[in-house]
Design a protein around this ligand. Structure first.
Ligand SMILES: *Cc1c(COP(=O)(O)O)cnc(C)c1O
Length: 476
């Protein structure tokens, strides 16, 4: 596309943006089960006001905007309180879970340079269910990972965990809970092992941080997972998930200031002056900060309790439906309102496709094939319809039909090709990746089915995904 010669009128642009939304996931109708966490209309309005009133302010230099500094400090302190921190607990506001995790890993690396100077190749041990933001951080910061198996309930397998700890280990990680199946790792065991070995322990409560404390208060059986647990040295907690704020707000917390110092970056020789920065970003909009501050202050403990209760009631209705259905099951024992649905009877990806056709947006996962649902309080408006449509979609997914059959055949073809002709299947992948219409297509079982039948460490897989990403990032 050429750079525009002349400017366009606001109304025209607003109209074309609205038109572009036509094929987006229908989250406002409660039909999207990830990515969007929607509070009620009233709170949404408040957050938009907060966001726009700090739209231009820049958190890069807190001395220019003491307002933002004040709000950040208060947010971090309120989240530390929620997660049972004490007067030493401290942290920073970040733009999201990924940045919080990057800061935890960067801090661990710097901590080890000083406290474990003999380690040349630092290693971190984590369950295979932990969020890929960790692998991203390892990739950026040069850390070697030791991946731990999950047990039959999809929690970290502690025997395997312990076997992966060695003299190069600098940190152990557990999720509360892990995103794919909503299952919580044995945090107390992991943290006490970390303490025993004299290494750090990070708890990823990105998705659970704003739910588990309230569930516990509602008398759900929630094992300790936060700073109450001996040995936990850092935590990540997203406010832009179940804190229901605008996107761009998460918190990284450290057990004390000594640990937090390893997170910082300073460069004092620049001609522009002395530069110091606590996290990844430079310029940062005040909007997300103001919105996060308002979200927490507006809801308060009692407001989040109410939303959590409402959300769990919806989640339980879906879980009950699945558990009472002979063709489906819930994977592991999810601890909150995120969970995965599997099946031994039907092709679960076809079920996902049938739901897609009816405008439900539900993510597909692998190892084993499953559908992922993150339920939020807004799904109250759509849960009845979802349960009705599930009946119908399961019937269709079971029924013998042509599109179903061709999906199966494609998967089988690739499986066979893979065994016989490693290069040929790769070419086929490339062809699929190159076919742009597949990206927006409602029927994706074949594509995901293929991904699900191949292990990520096999030849060509990463390259194929790179090609796919490249296509997604190309305007054609
Ligand atoms: C969402 C999530 C992350 C990553 O957070 P982003 O805000 O998407 O960067 C990390 N860990 C868990 C458990 C999550 O659910």
């Amino acid at each position: 596309m050429n750079f525009p010669d002349k400017g366009e009128k606001a109304e025209v642009l607003i109209e074309s943006m609205e038109a572009m939304k036509a094929n987006d996931a229908k989250w406002k109708e409660g039909r999207c089960f990830s990515y969007v966490y929607y509070p009620d209309e009233e709170m949404s309005k408040l957050l938009k006001t907060a966001y726009t009133s700090f739209f231009s302010e820049n958190a890069l230099n807190p001395s220019a905007f003491p307002s933002l500094r004040q709000m950040e400090l208060e947010i971090v302190s309120m989240v530390a309180d929620l997660l049972n921190g004490d007067e030493d607990t401290c942290g920073s506001l970040t733009t999201g879970g990924t940045e919080s995790i990057m800061m935890a890993i960067k801090s661990a690396r710097e901590w080890a340079k000083i406290n474990k100077p003999n380690i040349k190749t630092p290693e971190i041990v984590l369950p295979c269910s932990a969020h890929p933001a960790f692998q991203k951080a390892f990739h950026y910061f040069g850390i070697k990972q030791r991946l731990v198996k999950v047990d039959k309930d999809f929690k970290a397998d502690m025997d395997d965990f312990i076997s992966k700890i060695n003299e190069n280990t600098i940190m152990l990680i557990g999720s509360a809970p892990a995103y794919p199946h909503g299952v919580m790792d044995p945090i107390e065991t992991i943290a006490s092992k970390a303490k025993e070995c004299g290494v750090l322990c990070h708890v990823d409560a990105c998705v659970g941080g704003f739910v588990l404390p309230f569930l516990k208060k509602l008398n759900y059986d929630i094992p300790p997972f936060d700073f109450m647990v001996e040995g936990v040295t850092s935590m990540s907690c997203d406010i832009h998930k179940y804190g229901y704020t605008a996107k761009g707000a998460s918190v990284i917390l450290h057990k004390n200031k000594e640990l937090r110092k390893h997170q910082y970056f300073v460069y004092s020789d620049w001609t522009g002056g002395i530069y110091g920065s606590p996290s990844v970003t430079g310029t940062r909009s005040g909007g997300a900060i103001a919105a996060a501050w308002c979200a927490i202050k507006h809801k308060g403990y009692s407001g989040y309790m109410e939303m959590t209760k409402k959300t769990m009631d919806v989640a339980k209705r879906i879980i009950d439906y699945v558990e009472n259905h002979s063709d489906l099951y819930i994977i592991g024992s999810p601890i909150m309102c995120i969970f995965a649905i599997g099946s031994d009877k039907i092709d679960i990806y076809s079920l996902g496709d049938e739901l897609m056709v009816k405008d439900w947006f539900i993510d597909k996962q692998q190892f084993p094939p499953s559908l992922h649902l993150s339920v939020n309080q807004h799904h109250e408006i759509s849960v009845n319809e979802l349960l009705d449509d599930l009946d119908d979609c399961i019937r269709k997914a079971k029924a013998f039909n042509l599109s179903n059959l061709s999906n199966q055949i494609q998967v089988k073809t690739v499986e066979v090709l893979k065994a016989l002709l490693p290069d040929a299947y790769f070419k086929k992948f490339k062809k699929i990746a190159a076919n742009k219409s597949d990206i927006g297509s409602k029927r994706t079982a074949a594509m995901y089915g293929m991904m699900g039948t191949l292990r990520a460490d096999e030849d060509g897989m990463d390259v194929m995904v790179m090609e796919f990403l490249d296509k997604l990032n190309s305007l054609e």
